[in-house]
Design a protein around this ligand. Structure first.
Ligand SMILES: Cc1cc2nc3c(=O)[nH]c(=O)nc-3n(C[C@H](O)[C@H](O)[C@H](O)COP(=O)(O)OP(=O)(O)OC[C@H]3O[C@@H](n4cnc5c(N)ncnc54)[C@H](O)[C@@H]3O)c2cc1C
Length: 497
């Protein structure tokens, strides 16, 4: 590897991998280090929505909503396999928000940015049927989009690597110092090996650790105050049959999403609680779980209990601290803070805040701010980005082609491959002639061929990487099946040295 690199990025979440992709596509030499697995922190613990954020209109965040709505269109085109349209139903609660306010909000939501692919909002006719309690009379409907957040991160990393970026998961940055106009950065790999890398530009995309990095790694005082806000989700057996999502208004002013999840489940979230602990140890509390169940129980006819929760997770939003009181009101907008040494060299760009939805715009903004410090390059290019596996027309036509090419593939597997891998699944289907050619079956349609592909091409090392981030098959595999998968992966790692 030629040094100095043009850029080293700390953090393999959506913002770090997005910046790596944009930089590599401009022809710059880039490396990214991530201390655990890609997307192991906030970027796999989101509500998994590519959305403008309807409720941010209440906080007059028009810039953020407009940018996010415009990004929604761009991303639907960039990754049709893992990002798809989702209709939302909003039951009206007149004592919480008057109908005129919701109508105005939805009108703005429909018109603030270009909308080519998604239908606009409207009010549903009253018919009393459906999963909601009969007292919830009027229901509004509008569009947003779903994203497999962790796969989005991995696909950005793969796309960056295709363009020459070095992607180093399980590699922690322990120290970074400016010397003679360059950054000297110390890295330690999970196996204990140490290395030093030099780079012209350093990017701190450490998410909830962005301030910690200033305190421990750089070290210098953080240029802004971070507000960590914890959000938790629960997964329960599917609450309703339709493909639509629900947005529920709670008495405390918060809103809760009920989202169709992995065919058989509903994903419910999120809470918003100020957090001061270690972002690596965040987990849902019993109070958060009962809170989420209670909100669902005041809206749906089917009632749920905490003991029906089959999976739960929490994440920590790294938000810019402002004067707003409640955690739910803190701005979700991002800020990029740039500093240099006294000679105006060795810049450090730090990412504060941001959403999955705005990662591409954030990355473009970051690269534009750094232009003066970088060699001449090709300039912005990601507006028409297509991420790996996203080169197909629509889900139905890709499923149809796969069924013709692989008539022996079960329908459920075709559906999962289309929604997780798009055209990339051909890499592990690889002209096989029958299901037994896919090798050992670990359960729930997970075969060795897919695991091998994930280890070889997508940096998967552990069962959690495979079962919770590259796929969501952790919802289905028994502990014994997970142990078999673990044994298989350990053996493969030993075999590959
Ligand atoms: C509950 C919740 C729901 C959300 N829902 C949505 C949503 O529906 N839609 C949306 O658009 N956004 C949503 N968001 C926001 C979005 O998830 C975050 O803004 C985004 O994931 C932040 O990404 P990031 O790359 O900045 O941080 P992270 O994903 O946390 O990545 C930072 C990475 O840096 C690594 N790191 C830290 N220190 C070091 C070091 N020293 N060396 C190497 N690596 C290091 C960490 O391991 C981590 O992986 C939600 C957030 C939360 C918490």
């Amino acid at each position: 590897m030629k040094q100095p690199l043009d850029m080293l990025i700390i953090g393999g979440g959506i913002n770090g991998t997005g910046i790596a992709l944009d930089a590599a596509g401009r022809g710059l030499s880039v490396a990214l280090c991530e201390m655990h697995d890609l997307a192991s922190a906030t970027s796999s613990a989101s509500s998994k929505l590519i959305h403008g954020g309807l409720r941010y209109l209440e906080q007059f965040e028009f810039r953020l909503v407009r940018e996010a709505l415009a990004e929604r269109e761009t991303l639907l085109q960039a990754a049709p396999h893992i990002i798809w349209p989702l209709r939302f139903r909003l039951p009206h609660q007149p004592h919480l928000r008057p109908a005129w306010m919701i109508r105005l909000g939805l009108w703005l939501y429909d018109h603030l940015a270009r909308r080519d692919r998604l239908p606009g909002s409207h009010m549903l006719p009253l018919n009393g049927a459906g999963p909601l309690q009969p007292h919830l009379g009027r229901i509004f409907e509008y569009s947003d989009a779903w994203v497999d957040d962790a796969r989005l991160v991995v696909l950005c990393a793969m796309a960056a690597q295709e363009r020459g970026a070095h992607i180093w998961p399980r590699t922690r940055c322990t120290q970074a110092r400016r010397k003679n106009g360059l950054w000297h950065i110390e890295l330690i790999r999970e196996n204990g090996s140490l290395s030093t890398v030099t780079a012209r530009v350093l990017v701190n995309a450490a998410g909830p650790w962005v301030s910690h990095l200033f305190e421990e790694v750089l070290p210098s005082p953080p240029p802004a105050r971070l507000r960590l806000v914890k959000g938790s989700h629960i997964v329960v057996p599917r609450l309703h049959d339709g493909g639509e999502a629900y947005i529920l208004q709670n008495q405390d002013g918060r809103i809760i999403f009920v989202l169709p999840y992995e065919q058989d489940y509903s994903l419910i979230g999120t809470t918003d609680i100020d957090y001061t602990g270690d972002p690596g140890c965040v987990a849902p509390s019993y109070e958060e779980i009962t809170y989420l169940c209670d909100v669902v129980n005041t809206h749906f006819t089917r009632q749920i209990e905490p003991n029906e929760v089959i999976h739960r997770f929490s994440g920590v939003r790294p938000l810019m601290a402002d004067s707003r009181g409640q955690a739910q009101q803190a701005s979700r907008d991002y800020k990029l803070l740039l500093s240099t040494d006294s000679h105006q060299t060795a810049p450090l760009l730090s990412v504060f805040g941001g959403k999955i939805t705005t990662f591409r715009a954030l990355a473009e903004d970051a690269l534009n701010q750094l232009t003066a410090f970088l060699p001449p390059n090709d300039g912005p290019w990601t507006t028409h980005l297509v991420l790996p596996g996203g080169d197909f027309e629509d889900h139905a036509s890709l499923a149809g082609s796969l069924k013709q090419e692989y008539p022996w593939l079960p329908h459920r597997l075709v559906q999962r491959y289309v929604r997780s891998y798009g055209t990339l699944c051909r890499q592990f289907l690889n002209r096989h002639a029958g299901i037994t050619d896919l090798g050992e079956h670990f359960g729930a349609g997970l075969y060795a061929a897919e695991v091998d592909y994930l280890m070889d091409q997508e940096w998967a090392h552990t069962t959690d990487d495979v079962l919770w981030r590259r796929t969501k098959l952790g919802l289905h595999l028994t502990p014994e099946q997970q142990r078999q998968l673990d044994a298989y992966m350990q053996q493969a790692l030993q075999h590959n040295g």
